[in-house]
Design a protein around this ligand. Sequence first.
Ligand code: IMP
Length: 221
Amino acid sequence: MKIYLATNNAKKLKELTRILAEVGLAGVQVLGGADVSAYPEPAETEWTFEGNALIKARAGAAATGLITLADDSGLCVAALGDMPGVRSSRWAGADHDDTANLELVLRQISDVEPPLRSAKFVSVLALVTPDGFETTTRGEMPGQLTYAPRGANGFGYDPIFESDDQPPLPPGAPRRTNGELSAAEKDAISHRGKAIRAMIPTLAELLSQPVISGQVLGGAL
Ligand code: IMP
């Protein structure tokens, strides 16, 4: 059984594949952009995560003929009216990288004091089948922005984001940014982890797999 994850972001694909395996879909072969014939990448023209995730999943399902999942995600900063939002990957310009994006956000809120430095990561996962069934799920991770980047894990804005939902630590230990969390610690609390776990019952039903307590039974699908 194959499903297609429509993303060309290698780090996002790795996270999505890892979380899908953890929630019990290890037997499903997950294809990424490099595993399917090239097709024109659709423009992300919508102003909602749902709209853009559906654009990407529809294009993937039409091109591959496979059940397709696509994620649209971003960082919503309260002091910036919830921007960069759907423009997160291109905030400093189309030709700029993750570091330029996060440095621009830090400059834009340089005079904003806690607790007003609040932000949230949002991930919307769209599922589209070749015969036209469509649905979306949403996960959010609220937190606070730091004054400087810390940690080399994750990607994007992870080094400047401290989740409100911190993984357990010894008493008195400092709060950690997403960039200082292990992959498993981030997956357990992340917006993407929540969106995927919410999609599992639908995916399991489409793949005709029984689900018990969020786990799909019968490893080899
Ligand atoms: P998309 O590929 O159009 O959905 O853009 C997603 C962008 O949002 C990424 O390029 C990052 O800048 C940001 N982003 C989304 N999820 C995360 C995350 O888990 N950590 C850090 N940055 C993220």
